[in-house]
Design a protein around this ligand. Structure first.
Ligand code: SF4
Length: 340
């Protein structure tokens, strides 16, 4: 049984001004689409129907409270983002926050105006990304401008800097300019830089991270993940992302879809794991089981190993996507196109 969500991210677009090497959703400038207002309305209405008496789960971190609007970079289409917040507020939905990478934060007046409009439309909190991955394309001064302005508009308790401890680390290197990851390696050496990236950010090894950053961290043979299934993440976590194409993406499993959402209530009622052969393997046997399946079609595991089970999963899934390009479980298709 698929437990209904108690927190949710809506991916308004996969388009992003950056192309972070750790991105779980393979976002980047190559993507073009944004969610339509009609479809957004339908997702929000559907969520309202299943969240009649919603209170945020008290045992969970605020990042897992209510709805957050995400990307890609949602500020690339500000009128749409503003509409999303207004609509969610109008429906009485619990809004968590909006995420931003702060790449657009160049002019104080512009930032102040956009944040103020969002706040007055019902947005309580803002989430500002800060990491070596973001700093590759976004000079720290933009992140700092976003934080300074957000503190004025939303107040100190309502600004989430993810992750705050990187502010000082990045400032030590360069505030004015973006910083390639190679610079961190030059300064700290491969081992320490790998530790800073992986442990310092608590990286989930899904999406791009294993492929672009895996060489900087300890890897394990695929066999190590033999006992790890994904029942919790897929069926029980109660956290999901809904994307602009209608994909129900469980937890943080970018590129994996439990189906297309038309009516959310019906989606849960009709959910049948038996109709999702790849997802079923992941739930019952994890990515190692999926690898064994893919080996029948010629998949060869990486001899260098994998940083974590999600790295193995994405590697196997991108192979399966080549063999079964029409699989609806492996969606959106551009995830696989733009992953690496
Ligand atoms: S291994 Fe795959 S299905 Fe399991 S949690 Fe990671 S990305 Fe999701």
């Amino acid at each position: 049984m698929l437990l209904p969500i108690d927190s949710l991210g809506i991916i308004l677009t996969y388009k992003c001004s950056s192309r972070c090497r750790h991105c779980l959703y393979a976002s980047g400038p190559e993507w073009t689409d944004f969610i339509s207002r009609e479809y957004l309305d339908s997702l929000l209405n559907g969520t309202k129907k299943i969240w009649k008496d919603y209170t945020p789960p008290p045992d969970k971190n605020i990042l897992f409270h209510g709805i957050h609007f995400a990307g890609g970079e949602p500020f690339l289409n500000f009128p749409l983002l503003l509409y999303a917040v207004k609509k969610a507020k109008e429906l009485g939905l619990y809004i968590g926050y909006v995420e931003t990478n702060a790449s657009w934060c160049i002019n104080k007046e512009d930032v102040y105006e956009k944040f103020s409009l969002l706040k007055s439309s019902g947005l309580p909190k803002i989430f500002i990304s800060c990491s070596p991955f973001h700093a590759e394309k976004i000079p720290l001064k933009r992140t700092l401008l976003a934080i300074e302005t957000a503190l004025e508009v939303f107040g100190p308790k309502n600004v989430i800097v993810y992750m705050e401890h990187f502010l000082g680390e990045i400032a030590k290197i360069d505030i004015e300019n973006s910083i390639p990851l190679e610079k961190w390696i030059e300064i700290y050496g491969e081992k320490m830089a790998g530790y800073i990236f992986w442990e310092g950010y608590a990286l989930i090894p899904g999406g791009r991270s294993g492929f672009y950053l895996g060489h900087l961290f300890k890897k394990y043979s695929a066999e190590v993940f033999r006992e790890e299934n994904c029942r919790f993440e897929i069926l029980e976590s109660q956290h999901a992302h809904f994307d602009l194409y209608g994909n129900y993406i469980p937890y943080f499993c970018g590129g994996l879809s439990l189906g297309k959402i038309e009516d959310l209530e019906e989606f849960y009622e009709n959910f049948d794991l038996e109709k999702l052969p790849f997802v079923k393997i992941l739930v019952e046997e994890g990515p190692y089981g999926l690898m064994k399946y893919a080996e029948k079609f010629g998949f060869k595991k990486s001899q260098e190993g994998y940083v974590g089970k999600c790295h193995l999963c994405v590697d196997v899934r991108r192979y399966i996507n080549e063999i079964f390009p029409f699989s609806q479980e492996l969606n959106p298709k551009n995830f696989y196109k733009y992953l690496i």
